[in-house]
Design a protein around this ligand. Sequence first.
Ligand SMILES: Cc1ncc(COP(=O)(O)O)c(C=O)c1O
Length: 386
Amino acid sequence: MSIYLNNAATTWPKPETVPKSIYDFIVNRGANVARGSASVRDIQSLDNVFSCRQKLAEFLGGYEKCDPRFITLTSNITESINIVVKGFLRPGMKAVTSSMEHNSVLRPLRRAETEGVALEIIPCSLKGYMDPALLKKAVSDGADIAIINHCSNVSGSLQNIWDIAEVCRESNVPIVVDCAQTAGIVKISAKDLGAAALCFTGHKGLFGPQGTGGIVWDPDFAKKCSPLIEGGTGSVSHEEYQPVQMPDKFEAGTPNLPGIAGLLASVEWIENEGIEKIRKHEDNLGRMLEEGLRKIDNLRIIGPGEGDPRLPVYSFNIKGKDNARLARDLSDIYGIETRPGLHCAPLAHRTLGTFPEGALRISPGYFNTADDIRHALNALTELAKN
Ligand SMILES: Cc1ncc(COP(=O)(O)O)c(C=O)c1O
């Protein structure tokens, strides 16, 4: 039996309706989108994509009747962030970000820097939090964009994104939020935040399949970005240039239609289950895990302290133990799946004081039970002793 405690990497298992919808799409529908003869199956494919956009517009956009064209569907949040960074930044501009970012933000920004974009990285605290006063200083000195992580995939530090967005709003700087760890778990709305773009991935807290993600755009900001990829859109086929109208502007090529069917099913499932219920269960497991970890000799949890705002993503080190070896022993001996190392976030580890050795991460999810946590704590207690 295996116990999956690596939900920050991807949530597993998925709600039953997700694989069912993917299967149903492939077996019973399966037509391409906007590339047919308007048969019933063509319309069903259009409906699949339209309904998913509409659902995401309500769920993450915060708009009751949001124009679903301003939801771009991508393969993952890495693609979403690349669309924004490469589509917006030009030499001579300035971008601001935090020291808790995932490489999906840092690497495109570092590339932009080599091409003449000024980059300011705001140092976060040892607990992984950004001080809005530091951001205020950085943006009031003049910035073209701020790209900020909502919750760290290393330490679970949950930023006060409302204060951060307020600082950006006061300075008239567009804010782009990396919601990879929060979408589906923390209530968030692009409209209430006033975000220029809210980027998300489908396979984590949204419980969708891998290969899905997207962007909720502020329409004015979308106009200022150029597309990352160009090609067939199934629309305005007489035009040799990429269309400027949404959603086609940022969506060339056949989309992940089975994935989109799965993502629609997963967001509907979250709505039925209740986002508060999901968060509460995950938080309870997190607290139980934290209490147990604090009792293990020589184990040091990195990032937030007791009671600090967080999601249940816990990274830690045990004195004298290699975190990769610990992860392997947890897996081989106890059947517990975790993730060691640097978690694609080297700068976050530098901020948290765990570079270059990294840490072992345990991230419970909605389908875990208290028994899973007990099992993991017993295993870690034994491994820490040996
Ligand atoms: C905070 C954060 N941003 C971005 C990503 C990248 O996600 P994806 O691989 O789905 O593009 C992750 C994945 O771990 C993440 O945790």
